[in-house]
Structures are given as C-alpha cells and as structure tokens.
Ligand binder design. Structure first.
Ligand SMILES: [Mn+2]
Length: 563
C-alpha cells in the first residue's frame, strides 16, 4: 500500500509540475505577499521622493544605493536590513536595489521619467531558496515608483544617462567594504565609471564621516574635535585625490579660518556635492511626519512593555541574558522585526560600562542593572533606558544616585523646548548632576563631571537609533532622547559605598510648539513605581505557576545513546 501510494504521489507531482494550470501561473505572477498591513503607505514614500526632487538643483541626477549584505561566517550572512535612506524613499527592503531621482527627467526605454528604481528581477530559484521578490513588473504598482527596471541593466542605463553633459550626479558616501564581485559592488563600479570623477570617495565609514565633517565644519569646537580624530584614520582610506589633499591641508591648518580659506580655494563646487544629497536627506528625515510618529510610538510602546516585563522578572541569581530574553520576547511578540541596536543589560560593575552588550553575568542582590533597549518597528527604533536594583528595592546609596539622575533627566526634559539650543537639555542635566554629586561628596567640583557623566544627554531618534539631524536649535517634529547618567567606578578617592553604581534613565521626547512630549511615559521611572513592579512576578520567573522552560545544566535531554 505504501509503495503504490508513493508512486501515485510522484506521478501526481510530475503531472502538476509538467502541466501548471493557467490559473496557477496567474496566481504566482500576481501574488506578492506582504503580511504587514501597517507599513508606511506608498504615498509617504512618493511624497518623500517629491521633497528630495524639489530640494535638488536643476540638472541633478541623485543616486541612492541599498545597504550591502554583510557576511557573518562562511556562507551565512547577517540578517539583512535596508539602508534607512533607501527605505525612506521607496519602502523597498531588497538588497541590490538602486534609486535614481531626476527632477529634470531622464529618458529610459523611450520614457521620460523623474525616477527609476533598479531592483532584482524575479527568479524562481531565489524564490525557492530565499523568498519572494517584488520584481520590476510589480514595482510600479507595489511601490508606486514611476519606472522600474531590472537591476541587471543598471550599468547600461546609468552610462546612457551620463552621456547627457547637462546633468550632474549627486550621491552619498558610497557603501564601504563591498565585495567588488557582488551585485552592489558592480553597481558602484558602474556608477563610479559613469559619473567619473566621483568626488569624495572613501574606503571606510570613518573616513566618510571625517570627509563630511571637513566639508561641513563651520565652528572651531568641531574643527578641534575633528583635528583630534582625523590622525586616527589611515590616509589611504581617503581614496579620492581631492580628499587626500584635503586631509593634509586640514591637518596642516593652524586654525578654522585657515582651513576655510583652503577649502574655498581648492574644493570646487563639483567636489563638494558628496554632501548635498546627504544634507537634503538629513533635513527631511529629522522632522518626523505623522505616519512616522505613529510607527515610532508603536516601537516605543513595545519597548516600554519590555521594560515593565523585565522589571517584574528581575531577581538575584538571574543572568543578564535571561533579562535580555524577556525583553526581546516582548519585542518579537509584538511584531518588532528586531532590536534597533544590541540590547544592553548591564549589572553590577557592568552598569558603569556605557555600551556593554555581552550580557553574560549572573546578577547579585546588591547590583544595579541598566537596561538600555529599543525595539525596531517597520523601520523605526525606540531607545529607552531604565535602571533598577536587582534586589527589588533601592539601597540608600542607589536611591540617592537614582533620584539625582531622575532630577537631572526631568530638568533635561523641561529644557527640550522648540527653538532652544540643541545642547540645552545637556546643560540643564549637567547642572543638576554637578550640584548633586558635590553635595553627596562624590566629587569636589564641575571639573570632575566628565569622569562620572561622560556622554551627551541627547541624540536624535528615528530610523537609526542615533538618527540623523543637525545640531541647530531644536525643531518641532524632531524626536530626541534625554538620557543623563552617573557611573561610579571603584577608585581610592571615592567612598566605597558608591562603587559600581551606574544609573542611566532615558526617555524619547517629541519636540512640539506646545512643549516636550515624552513618548515613553508608559515605562515607569519613579522609585515607588519600580519597587512596586519588581514585587510582581514576570515572564522571566520560573516559579510563576507555568511549566519551566529551563534546561538543566549537565543533564542531557537526549535519550542515552552509549550503546
Ligand atoms: Mn540613547
């Protein structure tokens, strides 16, 4: 019976494979599956492309590349994430995709269009092994782009566009460390050859940042910071001859004035456009639209729920990674694609390490634990930090430092006013921490502040956790974090009772004309609220009446197979 049915089964398979019905073919052709129903609407991306075209000079052709795939080990890659800029402009999450925006129009296949999206062609083998692709035929409808073409034709089309002498290419820093044999590597090579000379080409991310800094620097504070940093970047990373000369001149300049003179004399407008497209995208992306704020609020609410569940779960003897598991369970449970950055669960001495992500330590009753976490939801990241005592109640010293950071944070939030300088929250928070630490006898004066509070108070938040944005006055529609902290490492000149206390409290604040709006208010932060939550049981506790998921160490769960 078994043999007969499998023969019949194979025969049925063969017939089905040999004779696909027209209906089946049509279904395969049209069925682009997108499970999420709350993605940014195509109108959002269309509207953003319109805005970029309006801001570009006439005759501009802007080229935006997708993020590279990154190898993890052997033949396995890290999970792919689209570049924020390309996602912002198209909604496409596919690698090897290129967007061309041309306010004055370009001719492609006889059509004059103001945009072309190059995307991977549909491929049955790719669909079997890795998943469905949109494909050029469906991109016009699915993504709302005017013209979509297979990415296999990028080199041909871009070189045709380049034949028109009246156009000028605008681009961002080209993705670095790209395998030259990959599709993206070939796209970049084709672009470099069509747009020759591509100004501002660098071989590393650090060099790209430095190049942007050199071309954009306008105050002496930034000039000095960049001067301190630049020698650490190898000169060979500045691939373009223009940049390599600029690096030398920058290091040789006596002061900002001298550098600005050199730049004016030696950097043609032609060479300064490596930053134009970036500048446009920064200006647009820093102000969030209502569609974006809705996604950010969801990411933030999910993150607040994770903080609450972590607070309920934390108890002495638990490992940092168990807390991380609770947090990321809540993220995924609520549809977050991934954390927006590696989750920080830093207990005991690790609480004084700002970006500790090892998360392997076993927590002790006397520890504080810093949880700096953020869910990413449909392209937007939250960033919320809470610090709690592992025992469930604050000691006198922990409480003193905690209340001080909370007071500093409150001052920072109140300083987050439309029109205020970008540094206003930091200055407000720094003032409170300085006075408080002197009062407590931890330090003697403001000159010691950076030793205990060594980071800034704010950064922009959005598609990137450290999002793009200028450092001008705070504008309505931007979201910044307010996150002061105090970190006390063991040291003979500090009373032992303060050692290893590390506290950071971080909220996400929308700047509005009517004042600061704390988007992460759902995550409790007063001592009373935290202690109340910690007395409850959470997802991470094995004794809350459900079957334990713990696998006993040393006891194999596999059948004994010694024979
Ligand atoms: Mn942050």
């Amino acid at each position: 019976m078994r043999a007969i049915s499998s023969v019949a089964f194979v025969a049925a398979l063969f017939i089905a494979a040999a004779l696909p019905s027209a209906a089946q073919e049509a279904a395969t052709e049209n069925a682009l599956v997108r499970y999420d129903t709350d993605l940014l609407p195509t109108e959002f991306h269309e509207n953003r492309r319109d805005a970029v075209r309006e801001m570009l000079p006439s005759g501009a052709v802007a080229v935006v590349f997708s993020a590279p795939t990154r190898n993890r080990d052997n033949d396995v890659h890290f999970e792919y994430r689209q570049s924020s800029d390309l996602y912002y402009l198209t909604g496409s999450t596919e690698a090897a995709t290129v967007l061309v925006l041309a306010p004055g129009g370009v001719e492609v296949d006889g059509d004059v269009v103001d945009e072309v999206l190059f995307l991977p062609p549909r491929d049955p083998s790719h669909e079997v092994w890795e998943g469905r692709l949109i494909g050029p035929d469906r991109a016009v409808e699915t993504l709302g782009v005017a013209k979509a073409v297979s990415n296999e034709r990028f080199a041909e089309v871009i070189s045709e566009i380049a034949e028109n002498d009246s156009i000028r290419f605008y681009h961002q820093q080209l993705p670095s460390d790209v395998d030259p044999g990959s599709v993206l590597g070939r796209q970049i090579a084709a672009f470099v050859s069509a747009a020759d000379p591509v100004p501002m080409e660098t071989g590393s991310w650090m060099a790209s940042r430095a190049a942007r800094g050199m071309m954009g620097v306008s105050d002496s504070g930034m000039f000095l910071r960049l001067r301190g940093w630049l020698p650490r970047i190898p000169s060979e990373d500045f691939v373009s001859p223009v940049l390599s000369e600029a690096r030398k001149a920058f290091l040789a300049a006596a002061d900002l004035e001298e550098w600005l003179e050199w730049r004016e004399e030696n950097i043609d407008e032609e060479y300064s456009d490596g930053g134009t497209l970036d500048g446009i995208l920064v200006e647009l992306r820093m102000i969030k639209t209502p569609d974006e704020l809705a996604l950010m609020q969801r990411a933030i609410d999910i993150t607040a729920a994770a903080q609450i569940e972590a607070m309920r779960s934390i108890e002495p003897g638990m490992h940092e990674y168990e807390v991380e598991a609770v947090i990321e369970y809540v993220f995924r449970k609520n549809g977050s694609e991934y954390p927006g950055f590696p989750s920080i669960v830093a207990s005991g001495e690790n609480a004084t390490i700002l970006h500790y992500t090892t998360n392997r330590r076993r927590m002790q009753a006397e520890d504080m634990v810093v949880m700096d976490i953020g869910a990413e939801y449909h392209g937007y990241s939250a960033d919320v930090t809470r610090t709690v005592p592992v025992s469930g109640s604050f000691s006198e010293e922990q409480r003193a430092i905690y209340e001080l950071v909370l007071e500093a944070q409150q001052a920072g939030i109140e300083a987050t006013q439309a029109g205020a300088p970008y540094q206003a929250p930091h200055e407000a928070a720094s003032g409170v921490i300085t006075a408080g630490l002197v009062d407590l006898g931890v330090m003697t004066g403001p000159e010691e502040l950076r030793r205990f509070f060594m980071h800034g108070t704010s950064h922009y938040l959005g598609m990137s956790v450290h999002d793009v944005g200028d450092r001008g006055n705070l504008q309505p529609g931007t979201v910044i974090t307010v996150e002061p902290g105090i970190y006390i490492r063991p040291s003979p000149d500090v009373d032992e009772r303060w050692w290893n206390i590390g506290v950071r409290i971080e909220d996400d604040v929308l700047v509005t004309e009517a004042g600061p709006k704390v988007m992460s208010d759902a995550a409790p932060r007063t001592v009373k609220e935290i202690e109340a939550l910690m007395s409850e049981q959470g997802l991470g506790n094995d004794n809350r009446g459900v079957v334990s998921m713990a696998v006993p160490v040393g006891a194999s769960i596999l059948p004994n197979s010694t024979d």
